[in-house]
Ligand binder design. Structure first.
Ligand code: HEM
Length: 517
């Protein structure tokens, strides 16, 4: 009895101490914290759990956008977090020597536990990695890699051709994810995943998506990583992540058994410069960085083409008058001269950015000018604050992109120099500054080849009935997914998505070229 009383008394005291601790912490965050005067959702002022919750729901981008509409250009999105919605803020943050990636990126180390170009925070460490890894995806490297990429695009087209014979709708997201993964697998590991044609390595995509979603929750709510509740969360997606990692081990051992120069891939380019563990950490990051992002860009463009017949007609006319055969479509001056194609890709990246969230940053511990106040878009930012711009929200800010939910590639081709600068300054699909995307050249080449070649060989339209709605918003949805003309993204740091379901028809006899190879 005495023992029971002691246990009950200890429990009561512990609860009281916790309650007191949280009361003091919450009161401080609300009333005394340096960010106390910034507007934002009440719960976000108290805990990062707000962002964590919407990361679990995969719609932080939509909620951030709604919060900006409600609270204005700057929103307090966590006790120590501010998110901005202006091009000025974008440049003040991301194009700035005093700013580094937030420590929350360290949660992405995952299975390898090794820092890579994406997770490196210190500028010195990052600079070395960026020089090395960036070199594998420059325009020049892409010229060497293009035949490998083109052969995967060819397989993508062959699969579409097969669908025309069976009169089956094609789920474009599924196809593009496989295409993206097969291409980046060859670049990163020199290993043919062949997910376009075989089942064996398809679970890899599921594992990577699960891992991204998990990391995204931890990045929004870093405290969670050290709480007991993180363990069941780890277990939730453990099996697919573990299975993916086992596959990756196969790729690594297979590749290492070959000579360094056996293939033109990341390994061949950096193996002499960094230890194997780091090479594989970089390669692992390439899978979502290069595969999923580009897959989203291509899927979204197919979605918007299937819903905007005037754009579809203009783009097909450009492709079909610029080239005289499908095999003529490759990187070079002719493809670069397809300005409407580039405008369509940029408009798709604007309206449905593959990385759609807030890329958190902080003031460097090695701030080169600590004596100067740090200012973002007119706001003096206290040390210790995490800040960022939400890419999806900025891309839908009508100050820079009037009628932001309308897919209108023409916007990228019109206006005087001042208008162009205003628009370009607010375009952040690849982020900007020294941490901006290293794989931009690859992303544009892959998207251009996949879309231009498809339009050369095929005509397409969206599938009839409810099947054709896959990927679109639903009228009446109350969670920000109500726009039927918008391709829906699910925020997992990169994006998950489904559809569109499209029906393809061959164009004349051009398909025979595909069969010949
Ligand atoms: C449409 C496709 C793509 C989009 C929208 C995109 C977007 C981005 C964004 C927004 C970042 C910054 C992330 C951050 O600050 O946390 C980034 C970084 C990066 N991306 Fe991409 N990316 C794309 C394709 C690629 C491809 C094909 C590769 C090559 C495999 C690649 C490699 C990288 C690398 C290495 C970084 C890290 C750069 C650094 O921190 O220095 N990306 N990308």
């Amino acid at each position: 009895m005495a023992l029971m009383d002691a246990v009950s008394l200890t429990a009561k005291y512990t609860a009281a101490v916790f309650a007191f601790y949280w009361l003091v912490a919450f009161s401080y965050r609300l009333l005394l914290h340096p960010l106390r005067n910034y507007p934002g959702p009440f719960i976000a002022k108290l805990t990062d759990g707000y962002g964590g919750f919407y990361a679990v729901a995969k719609r932080n981008h939509l909620v951030t956008q709604q919060n900006h509409q409600k609270y204005g250009r700057v929103v307090r999105y966590g006790p120590n977090r501010l998110v901005f919605n202006s091009a000025k803020a974008l440049h003040d943050i991301y194009d700035n020597d005093r700013v580094v990636k937030s420590r929350v990126y360290l949660v992405t180390l995952g299975f390898t536990g090794t820092i890579n170009v994406f997770s490196a925070i210190e500028r010195r460490v990052h600079r070395v990695k960026r020089k090395l890894i960036g070199g594998a995806v420059t325009e020049r490297s892409m010229r060497d890699f293009e035949p490998t990429m083109a052969s995967q695009v060819h397989t993508f087209l062959e699969r579409i051709l097969a669908s025309t014979q069976a009169s089956q709708p094609v789920n474009i997201s599924a196809r593009c994810k496989r295409l993206g993964s097969d291409i980046v697998g060859l670049l990163a590991f020199g290993f043919p995943f062949n997910t376009q044609t075989e089942e064996t390595y398809r679970p890899l995509q599921h594992g990577i998506a699960a891992s991204n979603a998990h990391n995204n929750v931890m990045m929004q709510f870093p405290r969670l990583a050290s709480l007991w509740i993180a363990y069941p969360l780890h277990l939730l997606n453990y099996a697919p992540r573990k299975a993916a990692f086992a596959m990756i081990e196969t790729f690594i051992t297979t590749r290492m058994a070959e000579g360094k120069d056996a293939r033109h891939d990341l390994y061949s380019q950096v193996a002499d410069e960094i230890p194997p563990a780091e090479v594989w950490s970089e390669a692992l990051f390439f899978l979502p960085a290069g595969g999923d992002t580009t897959a989203t860009a291509i899927s979204a463009l197919f979605f918007y083409l299937s819903r905007n017949p005037t754009v579809y007609r203009k783009l097909t006319a450009e492709i079909r008058t610029t080239f005289t055969s499908g095999s003529e479509i490759h990187g070079g001056p002719k493809l670069s001269a397809c300005t409407y194609l580039r405008a369509c890709i940029d408009e798709s990246l604007r309206i449905s950015p593959p990385v759609n969230g807030t890329l958190w940053r902080e003031l460097s511990q090695e701030d080169p000018s600590p004596e100067k106040p740090f200012i973002i878009d007119g706001h003096v930012i206290p040390q210790g604050t995490q800040f960022g711009v939400n890419i999806y929200t900025l891309h839908h800010n009508p100050e820079y992109f009037p009628e932001p939910y309308i897919f209108r590639p023409e916007r990228w081709l019109e206006g005087d120099e001042a208008e162009k600068k205003r628009r370009n300054d607010a375009f952040a699909a690849f982020s900007i500054g020294y941490r901006g995307c290293a794989g931009k050249a690859m992303a544009y080449l892959e998207s251009s080849l996949a879309v231009a070649k498809t339009l050369w060989y095929f005509d397409f339209e969206r599938a009839a009935g409810p099947e054709g709605e896959l990927g679109a918003g639903k009228e009446g949805d109350l969670k920000g997914r109500h726009r039927t003309g918008e391709f829906q993204l699910y925020d997992i740091f990169a994006s998950d998505h489904e559809g569109p379901n499209l029906v393809f028809k061959t164009r004349g006899d051009h398909w025979k070229e595909l069969v010949k190879g």
